[in-house]
Design a binder for this molecule. Structure first.
Ligand SMILES: NC(=O)c1ccc[n+]([C@@H]2O[C@H](COP(=O)([O-])OP(=O)(O)OC[C@H]3O[C@@H](n4cnc5c(N)ncnc54)[C@H](OP(=O)(O)O)[C@@H]3O)[C@@H](O)[C@H]2O)c1
Length: 434
């Protein structure tokens, strides 16, 4: 017998419109291959009269999106608005409480309210799909929940934000400033008009917290992730990283240590020829190191109408075919609180700062390094003017031998308060075997 899903869709922007067009176009494919029919019984967004890429008049319009939940015939609500609270949260909670299936692409919502959503989903036995919330078209949630089972995952590192990857890869490749690369990303529709969460690392952290919940059975929490963004990276950092054989990428990383699970989102230097170092433009990549599976790498488009709506459709098929998995692999009662850990791992670091061009500065610097137990693998001191060089400060770039995170943090504090450098030094770890 054909399984029918009666759907209400809230949010008709890039992803919502893509989902509707895909359902319209593939009706016979869904019927022939999965024996399912998707009936769109309601749609809603901010403005009914806005021009859209599908015919709005083919569907019943709801002025109040929450009224979709009260429509008895609708069994599945798809939220494609965004935002961690407000309407998206109300839609999720009320849909679940009213025994509707719920599908979303909203990472901020799941990252903040994952525990409550997990409890409600189990209580009401609904389907909850969120494949599109992490890495757009890459099927990472399904891979983790259904394919890499019985597999102890020790480490995951990833590029999860297309906007920041577009900015970083183009700064290096096209020799353009951060502001020019950001404007280009906005013109091409990769970056939001307010790109703050992309650039400051929070969007990547939302997504990482969701992956952590599935892999490490943690209640999603973005507060336990050490986060640094890409806003302080200058064109000269790309030049010098490249001279050393690296590209700069915003890396999201979680790893089991003796101490617990260490989690971080930070710009890193990555070998140019490594799988993460090669990822260009707005693409995403996820590398999973499993005890049994070995290295598994998934790469593809992390955003856009086609990739993201295809992940929503994949959730719809799972919903229709009766998938009954827990939200995060395990029951909410088996999830533990996510706690902040300090990494005891030693890593090499890239350091860049502007050193006062006066006699004795270099020997003072050498003494500070030696007092902090930091040894240098490479150092470049440039006799060039720079925008930041107003008071006769010249750029110094160093690669350290591996040190612990707290040792480098303490050196940065010391240098920041010293009058031999002009501003807070930039530091980025170097990713080995990216
Ligand atoms: N775009 C991507 O590539 C991508 C990738 C992965 C995940 N996502 C996630 O998918 C979700 C949707 O993203 P999007 O890019 O499709 O966003 P979008 O293009 O900005 O569309 C947002 C939609 O939500 C509607 N909306 C906003 N506030 C509303 C309100 N208060 N009441 C009713 N409708 C409201 C808007 O209505 P109007 O059209 O009338 O203005 C619009 O249709 C977000 O959670 C996003 O993080 C997006």
């Amino acid at each position: 017998m054909t399984k029918e899903l009666n759907i209400g869709i809230v949010g008709l922007g890039t992803v919502g419109s893509g989902v509707i067009k895909s359902i319209e176009k593939n009706r016979s494919y869904f019927k022939n291959n999965y024996n399912v029919e998707f009936n769109i019984l309601g749609i809603s967004a901010n403005s009914k009269n806005k021009e859209r890429s599908f015919n709005v008049s083919n569907y019943k319009w709801f002025d109040n999106p929450l009224d979709i939940i009260s429509e008895n015939n609708i069994d599945t609500v798809i939220e494609l608005i965004g935002g961690e609270d407000g309407l998206a949260y109300d839609l999720a909670i009320n849909s679940l409480k009213n025994d509707k299936n719920f599908i979303t692409a909203n990472k901020a919502l799941i990252s903040k309210h994952g525990e409550e959503l997990s409890i409600l989903t189990e209580k009401h036995k609904n389907f909850f799909g969120f494949e599109a919330s992490v890495a757009g078209g890459i099927p990472i949630i399904k891979t983790l929940k259904e394919s890499l089972i019985l597999n102890e995952i020790r480490k995951i590192y990833a590029i999860l934000n297309g906007t920041s990857n577009y900015i970083l890869s183009n700064m290096g490749k096209l020799n353009i400033s951060f502001d020019v690369a950001l404007k280009d990303a906005q013109d091409k529709g990769y970056a939001e008009s307010d790109p703050t969460l992309d650039i400051n690392g929070e969007d990547s952290a939302h997504k990482l917290s969701i992956l952590n919940s599935i892999i490490f059975s943690e209640i999603p929490s973005f507060k336990s992730i050490h986060i640094r963004g890409i806003e302080n990276i200058d064109l000269i950092d790309h030049h010098y990283s490249s001279e050393f054989g690296y590209n700069i990428r915003l890396i999201a990383l979680s790893q089991i240590t003796d101490n617990g699970v260490y989690k971080e989102v930070t710009p890193m230097l990555v070998d140019k020829d490594s799988s993460l170092g090669r990822v260009d433009e707005a693409n995403n990549i996820i590398k999973i190191i499993g005890q049994e599976s070995g290295d598994v790498v998934l790469e593809g488009q992390g955003a856009g109408e086609g990739p993201t709506s295809s992940s929503v459709i994949s959730d719809l098929i799972d919903c229709a075919t009766g998938s009954k998995l827990y939200l995060f692999s395990k029951s909410h009662s088996e999830l533990s609180n996510s706690t902040d850990k300090i990494s005891s791992e030693e890593r090499a670091y890239y350091l860049r700062f502007f050193l006062k061009d006066q006699k004795g500065s270099m020997s003072n610097l050498t003494k500070l390094l030696s007092d902090s137990n930091i040894s240098l693998d490479k150092i470049i001191q440039k006799d060039e003017n720079n925008n930041n060089n107003k008071d006769n400060f010249k750029p110094v770039i160093m690669i350290t031998y591996p040190v612990k995170k707290d040792e480098i943090d303490s050196l940065i504090d010391i240098l920041s308060s010293s009058d031999i450098v002009s501003s807070v030094p930039l530091h980025m770890p170097i990713l080995v075997k990216g």
